[in-house]
Ligand binder design. Structure first.
Ligand code: AP5
Length: 192
């Protein structure tokens, strides 16, 4: 099974991807997590990505396309994978199509989680509060200024992907305003 989760920051892409990982035994490929790991390890990619991510902007297509292409080749992706946060621009979607074709692979579904912007802001605030309460480190882009920018980047660069995947007939939309379990159940209905 090869899936894409689309949706704005805080829509629940990571939450749902993790749940499906257990259910289907395939890995979650989160470009955000991969980039944060690169930043934490101060790799060349991490050094280039840090300031861009902190500002809530998108890292270059070239960097993420390469990261994803390499990751898809790993043995744990042989049965499939869940792309969380990639593609995020139309050029990334075009690159993914080419990448999959060159590897002889096909997508099974593109699932878009729809959530109101006011709810997205509340979810980011909740995540910050929960992280602080647990003594963890708050994400450097989970603050009002960077989050506003992340929403703008989403509207301008990622939202057009809905039309792109509607055009290929692969887009399925789920109401992401519902509670986590209800959203999972809706996704599972689509995948059944
Ligand atoms: P990334 O890490 O992908 O962040 P994001 O897309 O902004 O999304 P989030 O992780 O904040 O949200 P999510 O939709 O996964 O929601 P979650 O499940 O966490 O990207 C970070 C940065 O990396 C980007 O800004 C960019 O700089 C760079 N980057 C990454 N990919 C890139 C790419 N392809 N190209 C270029 N740059 C890239 O849930 C959020 C919160 O809500 C949680 O607290 C959760 O518990 C809660 N929640 C989840 N579901 C529900 C629900 N149904 N009801 C109530 N609360 C819920």
């Amino acid at each position: 099974m090869r899936l894409i989760f689309l949706g704005p920051p805080g829509a629940g892409k990571g939450t749902q991807a993790k749940l499906l990982t257990e259910r289907y035994g395939i890995p979650q490929l989160s470009t955000g997590d991969m980039l944060r790991a690169a930043v934490a390890q101060a790799t060349e990619v991490g050094k280039r990505a840090k300031a861009v991510m902190d500002a809530g902007q998108l890292v270059s297509d070239e960097i993420v396309n390469e990261i994803v292409s390499d990751r898809i080749d790993a043995p744990d992706c042989a049965k499939g994978f869940i792309l969380d946060g990639y593609p995020r621009t139309v050029p990334q979607a075009v690159a993914l199509d080419r990448m999959l074709e060159s590897k002889g692979l096909k997508l099974d579904a593109v699932i878009e989680l729809k959530v109101d912007e006011a709810a997205l802001v509340r979810r980011m605030e909740n995540r910050v509060a929960e992280t602080v309460a647990a003594g963890g480190t708050v994400r450097s882009d989970d603050n009002p200024e960077a989050f506003k920018r992340r929403l703008t980047e989403y509207r301008e660069k990622t939202a057009p992907l809905s039309e792109y995947y509607a055009g290929t007939g692969q887009l399925k939309t789920v109401d992401g305003m519902a509670d986590v379990n209800t959203v999972t159940a809706e996704i599972e209905k689509i995948l059944a």
